[in-house]
Ligand binder design. Structure first.
Ligand code: ADP
Length: 260
């Protein structure tokens, strides 16, 4: 028996395949989200390694979960992120999940249940979208922004809080000859500032974990740790936490229904 979790996001589709022991045996990520061929492609990549005679269940989460016809079941993103993160780090009490279109802060109790959560889905600033726009202007790969920002000793200030205005501001700083690492550090600090104020509104309780695609940016992890005054734990699978949580729901439901 196998369990597929699929997280259909606004910008990417992620799958995690787990086996009967709850171990992750494959992940897939396609940089195309809901409404595209991304979900099917990500799904096929993991399904193809399941032996032909084996059964599997599919549990969906994410923005596009309700329209994915291959799913047997679906759960909200916050439930799945909480489950995936808590299974990975059971000391975590606050999760900061920054995706392509929104940012969420979740507080967990000692059993991993959600106590409270807050979300910014109204504004691109403070989300991956802001970084995507900036990487595009700078003609840089999103994966390199964190490393570049950490070279800066004098981060510049991005004062516009709106992505569109910040875009013009970055262009004007570029034409003023501001060094690229200083500019990128300023961009990353702008995201951090947005997200840390969201986190402070809900109240941060250690240990704090970052999940979602933006967690891969090590400068943002560092700045966020400084802003919140605590260490940020992070897994290489940060972007897969929702899909992992979904697969775990499928796994746990199977165990419940097949208890002798
Ligand atoms: P969603 O589920 O909304 O599609 P994800 O959690 O998959 O969002 O995150 C997608 C976002 O992650 C993208 O907008 C992109 O900006 C960001 N991202 C992806 N890789 C990196 C990286 N290496 N560093 C920083 N951000 C990244």
């Amino acid at each position: 028996m196998y369990f597929i979790g699929i997280d259909i996001g606004s910008t990417t589709s992620k799958c995690v395949l787990i086996d009967e022991n709850g171990e992750i045996i494959k992940t897939s990520l396609v940089p195309a989200g809901t409404g595209t061929i991304g979900p099917d492609k990500a799904f096929e990549e993991v399904r193809d390694i399941i032996p032909k005679d084996e059964e599997f269940t599919v549990t969906a989460t994410g923005y596009g979960r309700k329209i994915f016809k291959k799913a047997d079941n679906e759960y909200s993103e916050i439930s799945c992120h909480a489950k995936g993160v808590f299974r990975t780090f059971d000391e975590v009490r606050t999760i900061i999940d920054i995706g392509g279109q929104d940012a969420k802060v979740l507080r967990l109790d000692d059993n991993g249940k959600i106590e409270n959560f807050l979300m910014n889905d109204k504004c691109a600033a403070g989300t991956g979208r802001f970084l995507d726009v900036m990487a595009n202007i700078l003609y840089m790969n999103i994966d390199d922004l964190g490393e570049e920002a950490l070279k800066s000793e004098n981060p510049c200030t991005i004062s516009s809080t709106c992505t569109v205005f910040a875009e013009s501001e970055v262009i004007s700083q570029l034409s003023n000859g501001v060094a690229i690492p200083d500019l990128i550090a300023g961009i990353c600090q702008s995201v951090t500032q947005r997200v840390s104020s969201l986190a402070k509104r809900i109240g941060v309780k250690p240990t704090v974990c970052m999940s979602g695609g933006v967690a891969k940016n090590k400068a943002i992890r560092k700045y966020l740790g400084e802003a919140l005054g605590c260490e940020i734990v992070y897994s290489e699978l940060s972007q897969f936490m929702g899909a992992y949580g979904a697969a775990l729901y499928g796994y746990e439901n199977y165990l419940k229904n097949n208890k002798k």
